[in-house]
Design a protein around this ligand. Structure first.
Ligand SMILES: [Zn+2]
Length: 301
C-alpha cells in the first residue's frame, strides 16, 4: 500500500467510518466502545479527522478506530476501510494493458465459461434472493460462477466491448464479508460495464450510469438501460473519452443516481464535465446506493 492510498483512507470522514462500524454518532460524540461507557465519552474532532475518549484515553484516526474496534491488524483494517468505502487499492486493481504488453488479457481462456453460464446455489442466493434481480438480466449479463481450490464460491462477471468482444473478467467473492471482495485475471480491462446495451438504445432513450456492476444489475432489473463505471477511483482518461464520444451520435439522455456519499457525488461531478446533460437523481434517505433503493421499491411497489 503506498502513501497516497493510505492518505485516502486516513481522509475518509471519521464520523462516517464510526457509523459504518455501527457506532451511533450524535453531536460529534458517541458511546466509547473501548470501556463500559454510559455517557458518550468518545468525541470526534472533525477538523483533524480524529477521535478521542476522555475516560479511557483511547484515541486515533480512521485506521486506528477500525483496528481497535474490529480487532484487526493495520493491513486488514486498511482493507476493510477500502472495501467499505469503494476505494480500490492498487493490489486489487486489474492490470491495464499499457503497463506492459505481456500481461494482455487472454480472452480465449475465459470465453467458454460464459457460453454456458452456471449458477452455484451461493450465486443464486446472492442474485435472486438477496438482490432480487430479474433472471433475464442475469442471462443478458452472462453471469456465471465457480469454486476455487479452497472451496470459495466466486461470481464471474464478463466485461464486453461494444462489439461483444470479451475484454475482461471480474470475480466477486460470494462469501459475505470475505476479502478480497474482487479479483481480476491478468490483463483484464474492466472498464465500462455493459457496453453492448448501447446497441439496443433507441435515439433519445435514457441511459443510466451507475457505480459498479451490482447497481447496474439493479437498474436493468428496474427496467432501465444502464452501463456502469467500475468505481470512481478507477475511471481513466480513456474511459472518459469513450463516454464523451457516446454523447453526440446517440442523442442520449444520461441519468444518474449517485451514491449518497462523497465519492458518489464526486463521480457525478466528474462525469458531468464530460456529459453536461447528465441528470442528477437523488436517492431517498436511508438508501446509500441504487441497489438498496431497488430492494426497497420491490418491498413496497
Ligand atoms: Zn473509552
Amino acid at each position: 500500500m503506498d502513501k497516497f492510498e493510505l492518505q485516502k483512507l486516513r481522509d475518509l470522514p471519521i464520523e462516517g467510518v464510526a457509523e459504518r462500524l455501527g457506532l451511533r454518532v450524535a453531536r460529534h460524540k458517541c458511546l466509547c466502545p473501548f470501556h463500559d461507557d454510559h455517557h458518550a465519552s468518545l468525541s470526534f474532532k472533525v477538523s483533524k479527522n480524529t477521535w478521542c475518549c476522555f475516560v479511557c484515553g483511547a484515541k486515533g484516526g480512521t485506521i486506528d478506530l477500525v483496528m481497535q474496534h474490529l480487532n484487526l491488524d493495520f493491513k486488514a483494517a486498511c482493507r476493510w476501510l477500502a472495501d467499505e468505502h469503494n476505494v480500490i487499492l492498487d493490489e486489487w486493481k486489474p492490470q491495464t494493458s499499457d503497463i506492459s504488453h505481456h500481461t494482455s488479457f487472454d480472452a480465449s481462456r475465459y470465453e467458454r465459461f460464459f457460453e454456458r453460464p452456471w449458477l452455484l446455489p451461493e450465486a443464486r442466493k446472492f442474485l435472486f434472493e438477496e438482490r432480487r434481480l430479474d433472471e433475464r438480466v442475469v442471462r443478458w449479463c452472462r453471469l456465471t460462477s465457480w469454486k476455487d481450490k479452497q472451496g470459495v464460491p466466486w461470481l464471474q462477471i464478463p466485461y464486453y466491448d461494444r462489439e461483444g468482444k470479451l475484454v475482461g473478467v471480474q470475480n466477486r467473492n460470494l462469501v459475505r464479508g470475505a476479502l478480497p471482495r474482487f479479483r481480476f485475471p491478468q490483463g483484464s480491462q474492466c472498464v465500462i460495464y455493459n457496453l453492448p446495451v448501447l446497441n439496443l438504445l433507441h435515439p433519445g432513450e435514457a441511459l443510466y450510469i451507475t457505480e459498479g456492476c451490482s447497481d447496474c444489475w439493479a437498474m436493468l432489473s428496474a427496467g432501465h438501460k444502464a452501463i456502469a463505471i467500475p468505481s470512481a477511483t478507477l475511471l481513466t482518461q480513456k474511459d472518459i473519452e469513450l463516454l464523451s464520444s457516446l454523447s453526440s451520435p446517440l442523442s442520449t439522455d444520461f441519468h444518474m443516481y449517485p451514491d449518497r456519499d462523497e465519492p458518489g457525488e464526486r463521480l457525478f461531478l466528474q462525469l458531468q464535465k464530460v456529459l453536461p446533460s447528465l441528470v442528477h437523481h437523488q436517492l431517498p434517505l436511508g438508501c446509500k446506493d441504487f441497489s438498496e433503493y431497488y430492494l426497497k421499491m420491490s418491498d413496497d411497489p
